[in-house]
Design a protein around this ligand. Structure first.
Ligand SMILES: [Zn+2]
Length: 165
């Protein structure tokens, strides 16, 4: 990831960044490409800095598959170490909310997070805590790959957009 700009907006710090021009494999045929067809900006809530919220505005590529026999023309670049496919916050931010939620549920958890610059609803805190596997759970290893909707009802939107990856 390359950081282009950091914008201080008072309560929020915006980090504008882009992915490096790496080779990516087509999800259908597996052929590698790095030919950008278009660009999108993903906005991801990230860990706070100095008590202020951080929004990562990451420019990702829509890549063109170069395999003429492949039905997929383009696909969206994923950043699995940073955020789940449909998530609107980074994995580390989700992990922070889930960790607080397991210890301090609901409204108290949301209030505690807010003091450190992460503003979320109590239902988000409860949901993230519910989705956190117990330590030693075999699902723990797969946790990073689970897409976590940012808001209630996001699953519907995710399903609708799945063909547009
Ligand atoms: Zn392909």
């Amino acid at each position: 990831m390359l950081v282009d700009e950091i914008v201080d907006q008072g309560e929020v710090v915006r980090i504008r960044a882009r992915t490096r021009s790496r080779w990516m494999a087509c999800p259908d045929c597996g052929r590698r490409t790095r030919r950008a067809h278009a660009y999108h900006v993903r906005r991801l809530a990230d860990l706070p800095i100095g008590g202020r919220g951080v929004v990562l505005e990451l420019r990702v590529r829509r890549l063109a598959c170069r395999n003429s026999a492949c039905a997929r023309r383009t696909f969206r670049e994923q950043v699995p170490r940073l955020a789940a496919r449909w998530a609107r916050r980074t994995l580390r931010s989700t992990s922070l909310i889930a960790g607080i939620g397991v210890s301090v549920a609901g409204r108290a958890g949301a209030a505690l997070l807010s003091r450190f610059g992460t503003r979320v609803s109590r239902s988000t805190v409860l949901r993230q805590a519910d989705q956190t596997p117990e330590p030693g759970d075999p699902l723990q290893a797969a946790f990073d790959d689970v897409p976590i909707p940012a808001e209630p009802g996001r699953w519907g939107a995710c399903r609708g957009a799945r063909g547009d990856r």
